[in-house]
Design a protein around this ligand. Structure first.
Ligand code: ADP
Length: 394
């Protein structure tokens, strides 16, 4: 019983075939540089890598090439469904859904909220429906997990009719990852299903934190778009919105151009002037590169302030969960962030942190309550599990 998981971005399509029961990944890969002569399909199966050129392929041809590959590997017959990552579900989806014409129409309605992400997600759905007409297709939304936020968490202090007429509110993202690691953390930390308070910190190229009480998101750092919140690789996170007007008029550029800079040339990259990659930042900072040091310091400082803020809706903290490329791998970021949060009762265990908590169920702090722990995320597995659940109900 396998599920094909698809994540279609603007110029790439990631895929994986996963057995949700055993969590075994049969194959995973990416079709990248789509639309260019250098487009390739790269994959990994049983530890062996494969690659083939798909020159000029767009999403459609790339997904056909994925279909051909799966047929060659003998993986098509065992598929029970296709799970699609959909970035922006607005306020229309509070859980994963079987794809129907109504669901597609609602995803289309959310395009103004997710103009970069929803269109390629929709292409992935359409092509997968053509390629696998007999299979159940399921949409898994980045925003859905945060639909349990109360009005006080999702409302912006702006004219209220912007909410009703334009959908201006906080939605939150990375929901699939926050939900997955929150579940894993309960088991690892031995916390009760009906009585727990977590802050989950998903720190990859994009970064966001969520406050989770008893399995539900009650607040998160990202907002209307994935630009709000903590500092990221190339995204600024929260800044004074008046910066946009100030810089736009000073440089005689459009607001859209400044927003583009806040999305693509800010964060670690903007502050360091060097890189959006935390490994490069850490390495340069240790060699004495001053702006890399500032970028690292700022990243951890902003992150710790956001985590502390998320304890407000929770009332107490049982566990702080680190995940994503930075959260799972950066000993330095975790160490510094936990150091800032000492007042919450968190004290880093340097040996456990150095080995990513592997010897003690992910825990990297001295005490058990509250504790900080490292939990590897697996959004593809979560999508496969949701798809299998919906397939079983159908
Ligand atoms: P994405 O959000 O694209 O899935 P990832 O979750 O893979 O990205 O996270 C990428 C980030 O993780 C990069 O900033 C990278 O430098 C960082 N990272 C990966 N390994 C390490 C490491 N050993 N130390 C510090 N940062 C790391």
């Amino acid at each position: 019983m396998n599920v094909l998981v698809l994540n279609c971005g603007s110029s790439s399509a990631k895929f994986a075939v996963i057995d949700p029961a055993s969590t075994r990944e049969e194959v995973s890969g990416i079709a990248q540089r789509l639309g260019s002569r250098d487009a390739t399909l790269d994959w990994k199966r049983n530890g062996t890598k494969g690659s083939r050129p798909i020159p000029g392929a767009g999403h459609e041809q790339a997904l056909r090439a994925v279909g051909d590959l799966l047929a060659e590997l003998g993986l098509v017959k065992e598929l029970i469904g296709v799970g699609h990552r959909v970035v922006h579900g607005g306020a229309r989806f509070s859980g994963s859904m079987a794809i129907t014409p109504e669901v597609i129409a609602k995803v289309e309605e959310c395009i103004p909220l997710g103009p970069l992400h929803n269109p390629p997600n929709l292409v992935g759905i359409r092509v997968a429906q053509e390629l696998f007409p007999a299979l159940l297709q399921v949409g898994v939304f980045d925003t859905a997990f945060h639909q349990t936020m109360p009005p006080v968490a999702y409302t912006y202090p702006v004219p209220h009719d912007w909410l009703d007429t334009l959908g201006v509110r906080r939605y939150g993202f990375h929901g699939t990852s926050h939900r997955f690691v929150a579940r894993q953390a309960l088991a690892l930390a031995g916390l009760p299903l009906g009585n727990h308070t977590l802050v989950t910190a998903h720190l990859g190229n994009g970064c966001s934190c969520a406050a989770v009480r008893n399995g539900k998101s009650v607040d998160t750092t990202m907002g209307l778009t994935p630009l709000e919140g903590v500092m990221m690789g190339t995204r600024s996170g929260s800044v004074d919105p008046a910066i946009i007007g100030h810089v736009a008029s000073a440089l005689n550029q459009s607001a859209a151009k400044i927003l583009d800079v806040l999305n693509k040339q800010s964060g670690l990259l903007g502050v360091s002037g060097l890189s959006n990659d935390m490994r490069t930042i850490e390495e340069a900072a240790s060699r004495g590169h001053e702006r890399a040091r500032l970028a690292f310091d700022l990243f951890c400082y902003v992150l710790a302030k956001s985590i502390a803020g998320l304890v407000v809706p929770l009332g107490r903290l049982d566990a702080l969960v680190f995940t994503g490329g930075i959260g799972e791998n950066s000993v330095a970021v975790r160490g510094r962030t936990v150091e800032h949060l000492g007042f919450l009762g968190l004290t880093i265990d340097p040996d456990a942190n150095a080995t990513h908590g592997r010897g003690q169920n992910g825990r990297i702090t001295k005490d058990v309550r509250p504790q900080a722990l490292v939990v590897p995320t697996n959004e593809e597995l979560m999508i496969a599990m949701d798809t299998a659940d919906i397939a079983q109900q159908a």
